[in-house]
Design a protein around this ligand. Structure first.
Ligand code: C5P
Length: 220
């Protein structure tokens, strides 16, 4: 059996996209598969952590050894994360929709011949990472992701401060096959500096991030 450096630690991981309803049958979503978040939940559990995975709608299986809570929207995701507090570690991997439809329709919107398409005003969703990073019950270690297409490290450093995180794992989603795919190339951004890892599959990224977390939890 492998050592369990995170035994007795509680972790919350978010994963996947969110779905923001337009009406009962339509929604706004994104290309996140949940692969990276689910892999991190599994890797933390393997190191002995008691893990709650809060997952948006995905087609991949719930990881073994993890308590998985299924949600649809950003607001549901935030509620589930707060319900899972207190925790020692929070890893917010989900690709949360920035906006939701301001007034989703209670019934299916009907297309009427000759009528203009309906306007779809949006409003901002809660920022789950930022909420947890500044929470009265803030976990000791708060980790976020930054999926960017350019100026990856600059945006990640800004995010670190603004969201109250200890680590931002930045990845370049302009690279083919990262969003929705199985491989990832990440740069770790902390207050101490940055560290780039080679391209590897998402399970390997998850294992290395979990080892990093275990090393931090050991320092305290
Ligand atoms: O601001 P941006 O969306 O680039 O930040 C990405 C990080 O913030 C990810 O860790 C993501 O899970 C988290 N996030 C969140 N809630 C939001 C938006 C982003 O938790 N509404």
């Amino acid at each position: 059996d492998q050592p369990k450096p995170l035994a007795g630690r509680r972790a919350i991981v978010t994963s996947g996209p969110t779905h923001e309803p337009i009406d009962p049958v339509r929604y706004i979503a994104n290309r996140s598969s949940g692969r990276q978040g689910h892999a991190i939940a599994r890797a933390l559990a393997k190191l002995g952590a008691e893990v709650t995975l809060v997952s948006g709608p995905v087609t991949i299986a719930d990881p073994d050894g993890v308590k998985t809570v299924h949600v649809e929207s950003a607001r549901e995701m935030l509620a589930a994360v707060e319900a899972a507090l207190p925790a020692d570690i929070a890893v917010m991997v989900a690709a949360v929709a920035d906006w939701r439809v301001a007034q989703s329709a209670p019934q299916k919107m009907k297309k009427k011949p000759g009528e203009a398409p309906p306007p779809l005003p949006l409003e901002e969703n809660p920022d789950i990472l930022k909420t947890i990073g500044h929470h009265a019950n803030r976990p000791h270690l708060v980790i976020g992701f930054a999926a960017e297409t350019h100026d990856v490290v600059a945006y990640a450093s800004d995010k670190l401060a603004r969201k109250g995180a200890d680590l931002i794992v930045a990845n370049d989603v302009s690279k083919e096959g990262v969003m929705g795919g199985t491989r990832n190339q990440v740069t770790l951004v902390t207050r101490e500096g940055t560290e780039s890892w080679p391209d590897m599959d998402k399970d390997a990224v998850a294992n290395r991030i979990s080892d990093w977390i275990a090393a931090q939890s050991g320092k305290k």
